[in-house]
Structures are given as structure tokens and as C-alpha cells.
Write a protein that binds this ligand. Structure first.
Ligand SMILES: *[C@@H]1O[C@H](CO)[C@@H](O)[C@H](O)[C@H]1NC(C)=O
Ligand SMILES: *[C@@H]1O[C@H](CO)[C@@H](O)[C@H](O)[C@H]1NC(C)=O
Ligand SMILES: *[C@@H]1O[C@H](CO)[C@@H](O)[C@H](O)[C@H]1NC(C)=O
Length: 152
């Protein structure tokens, strides 16, 4: 009886060791996945005639980052921690506006399933956005109501 108890105890210790080392393996992976990412947006509207300010408004399902204006060449940056729960997926999209154009131009600036960048640097011009060597046209374009003062 005492012998079988001591075997049970040894197995219990082994089980505890497996659990401890098991979770140690998991933790570093979670830490990598919870690193904050940066999205940088640059006004890249190259206009020979008049310098054009770029209005932008970025959002995710949970965050509204507000309205900002960039002069030519100016940068706007935000950071966030992407979801590390595999069935959820982080998505940030922005709308862009500029004087003389009645539309809001939407682009997905961070899509967890698409982007592997840790510093996603977008150059935005009037036809879309350029992310590390790849050009993305607008995802959608929506007309702003003449009476619509909402900035998104
Ligand atoms: C916007 O940038 C892309 C990629 O550099 C370029 O192909 C396109 O002609 C540019 N559009 C304008 C209006 O400058
Ligand atoms: C904007 O509001 C004015 C005054 O209420 C109205 O006469 C006009 O038709 C509206 N324009 C649009 C595009 O909704
Ligand atoms: C203003 O524009 C936004 C985005 O296009 C739209 O969701 C909203 O319904 C509009 N508001 C009015 C009063 O037209």
C-alpha cells in the first residue's frame, strides 16, 4: 500500500513538472504575439500645383482614433496590440478625404490575416495606399452628404 502511494506521488510530481514546463513553452509564444504593432500613414499626394492636405480617420471594431489632418509628407502613427486569440482577427481601417473631392476613401491599413508587418508604413495618394512595395487601391469610396459634418 505504501509502495503504491509512493508511485502515485512520483507520478504526481512528474505531472506537475510536465505542467510547469508545458506552460513555460507556451508563455514566450504569447509574449511574441502580444507585441504592439505600429501603423504609420504618410501623406504622399504628390501634386505639382497645390499642396494637398490629407484628412484621415482610423477605426477598428473597438477603437475610434479620431480625425487628423496631414500636410504633404507628414506622418501619423498609432500603435495597438493585435488579438492573439486565433479565431479573432484585428482589423483597422481608415477613411481619407482631401479638399475638392466629395468622397471618403477607405482602406484596410491593418488586417491580421494579411499583414505580417510590425511597422506597417503606408504612403497614401489619391488612388490608394502603398505598403512596403505593394499598392492597394481603395477598398471602397463613399460620397459624403453635403450636410454631413461627421468626419467618418
Ligand atoms: C499613387 O501611388 C502609386 C504607387 O506608387 C502610383 O502607381 C500611382 O500612380 C499614384 N497615384 C497618383 C495619383 O499619384
Ligand atoms: C442640406 O440641407 C439643406 C437645408 O436643410 C437642404 O435644403 C439641402 O437639400 C440639403 N442637401 C443635401 C445634399 O442633403
Ligand atoms: C454621414 O456619413 C456617414 C458615413 O458615410 C453615414 O454613415 C451617415 O449616415 C451620414 N449622416 C447623414 C446625416 O447623412
Amino acid at each position: 500500500m505504501a509502495n503504491s502511494n509512493s508511485i502515485t506521488l512520483k507520478f504526481s510530481i512528474l505531472l506537475v513538472l510536465i505542467l510547469v514546463f508545458g506552460t513555460r513553452d507556451v508563455k514566450p509564444k504569447l509574449m511574441i504575439c502580444t507585441h504592439a504593432l505600429n501603423v504609420t500613414i504618410i501623406n504622399d499626394i504628390t501634386s505639382q500645383s497645390t499642396p494637398t492636405n490629407l484628412g484621415l480617420h482610423c477605426k477598428s471594431k473597438d477603437d475610434d482614433l479620431g480625425f487628423h489632418t496631414l500636410t504633404i509628407g507628414e506622418k501619423y502613427m498609432f500603435s495597438f496590440t493585435p488579438s492573439y486569440v486565433f479565431w479573432q482577427s484585428t482589423l483597422f481601417f481608415c477613411s481619407f478625404t482631401w479638399p475638392g473631392n466629395p468622397n471618403r476613401h477607405y482602406i484596410e491599413v491593418y488586417k491580421q490575416k494579411r499583414d505580417i508587418c510590425h511597422n506597417c508604413e503606408w504612403k497614401i495618394n489619391k488612388t490608394g495606399g502603398y505598403l512596403w512595395g505593394k499598392f492597394f487601391p481603395w477598398n471602397s469610396v463613399q460620397i459624403m452628404g453635403a450636410n454631413n459634418t461627421s468626419s467618418m
